[in-house]
Design a protein around this ligand. Structure first.
Ligand code: FAD
Ligand code: UDP
Length: 367
């Protein structure tokens, strides 16, 4: 055995584990099939702008311990996510709040908004919401659902809202105040200088091999270290023997713009079905950048098939139950630990990934 740990995946989960293991005197080899570290939080500098190569990444958490932990590796700016939604030629603030309601119905007070929503919901006679459509309709009523949720969600997930789990829409706050903050969390920001710097710091002390796919040489990798931490797809690890877990994929189209301010906001959502992309990100606004040019990225959702990048796990009942069967197989492994968004097949935000990685560290090394 050449190493104490082989870590498959130099994303956030793998890098945190590597950092904690090397801090305890363990030797780690970290491999990643991509040409860079960082996984989906990778940022790359273009014309002085930190470009989020795999879509907008805003750090937010209410977990004090995780906030203190990540601040050991970066300083965060005071960015607050306040996306704008475009539906046809109409423009609304997100998340759903008094600014949205006021624009939608020409009203001014919370009670007027509540009355309209209550009346719209009452007409629908929904009991306990059974899917995303019922959940959304019973929270915000028909107008908001039709203009700001239905089209966006169906193109994002590639299936009708009726066939999606309700929890997805509960990620968004809904409030009767004039507050456009997309998150309710206590802490929020963008790491100054980009996310890749955090990963570089976490990986100091580990050996890192890029452009290296575990599956190209799985049998050799099994013997290279006493233990493996695997952050790739759990179903692929088991050669899909129980079935295939479903994902949603994305295509990112990035463009350098010869203007200093393209859309006036970091995140603009396109909520109608006819526009093929869901979001346009203007990266410089994450950092209040003053560069003379700008970089934007259009995010196109796409169907996932084997071999494509698996960006979003589809955590409906069918997939969750298949994943539980894979997790049962994983429990009997003595020398392999699974983790991260793909290893755990969970729609995790970054703070949840850090929490899960630190829990894995605790299991391995004690408190
Ligand atoms: P990943 O980042 O996916 O890393 C896994 C790594 O393993 C990858 O680098 C991959 O190349 C490598 N790998 C996989 N298989 C193999 C193999 N066979 N051999 C070698 N290497 C392999 N979270 C937030 O908190 N805020 C946000 O605003 C936010 N926005 C997001 C936007 C998008 C579009 C997406 C997709 C996610 C977003 N997230 C956000 C979630 C965030 O990206 C994840 O929580 C985090 O990146 C997960 O880290 P990870 O290490 O688990 O996985
Ligand atoms: N959503 C929506 N309209 C929007 C933004 C989001 O209907 O303008 C829904 C959509 O179903 C999406 C979910 O809310 O999948 C969660 O949104 P979030 O921004 O948290 O998604 P992510 O950043 O993870 O892609």
């Amino acid at each position: 055995m050449m190493y104490d740990y082989l870590i498959v995946g130099a994303g956030l989960f793998g890098s945190i584990f590597a950092h904690e293991a090397t801090a305890r005197g363990k030797t780690c080899l970290v491999i990643d099939k991509r040409s860079h570290v960082g996984g989906n939080i990778y940022t790359e500098e273009v014309e002085g702008i930190q470009v989020h190569k795999y879509g907008a990444h805003i750090f937010h958490t209410s977990d004090q311990e995780i906030w203190d932990y990540i601040n050991r590796f970066a300083s965060f700016n005071h960015y607050v996510n306040a996306p704008v939604a475009i539906y046809g030629d109409e423009l609304y603030n997100l998340p759903f709040n008094m600014n949205t309601f006021s624009k939608m119905w020409g009203i001014r007070t919370p009670w007027e908004a509540q009355k309209i929503i209550r009346e719209q919901v009452a007409e629908l006679h929904i009991g306990i919401p059974q899917n995303l459509e019922e959940q959304a309709l019973s929270l915000v009523g028909t107008d908001i659902y039709e203009k700001l949720i239905k089209g966006y969600t169906e193109k994002q997930w590639g299936r009708p809202c009726r066939d999606l789990p309700a929890f997805i829409i509960k990620r968004l706050p809904m409030r009767f105040t004039f507050d456009n903050n997309y998150f309710n969390d206590r802490y929020q920001g963008i790491p100054i200088g980009g996310y890749t710097k955090i990963i570089d710091k976490l990986l100091q002390g580990s050996e890192v091999k890029l452009n290296t796919n575990y599956f190209d040489n799985a049998s050799a990798y099994r013997d290279i270290a006493a233990k493996t931490v695997f952050t790739g797809m759990i179903d692929k690890f088991y050669q899909y023997q129980l079935g295939i877990l479903e994902y949603r994929s994305l295509r990112f189209e990035t463009e350098l713009m010869a203007c200093d301010n393209y859309q006036g906001n970091a995140v603009v959502n396109y909520t109608s079905r006819e526009v093929p992309y869901t979001r346009v990100i203007e990266h410089k606004h994450f950092e209040f950048g003053c560069q003379p040019v700008s970089v934007i990225t259009r995010e196109y959702p796409s169907e996932w098939k084997r071999g494509d990048e698996p960006y979003y796990p589809i955590n409906d009942d069918k997939n969750n139950s298949l994943c539980n069967q894979y997790k049962k197989m994983a429990e009997s492994e003595k020398n392999i630990v699974f983790g991260g968004r793909l290893g755990a097949y969970q729609y995790y935000d970054m703070d949840k990934v850090i929490r899960a990685a630190l829990e894995t560290v605790k299991m391995e090394f004690g408190a």
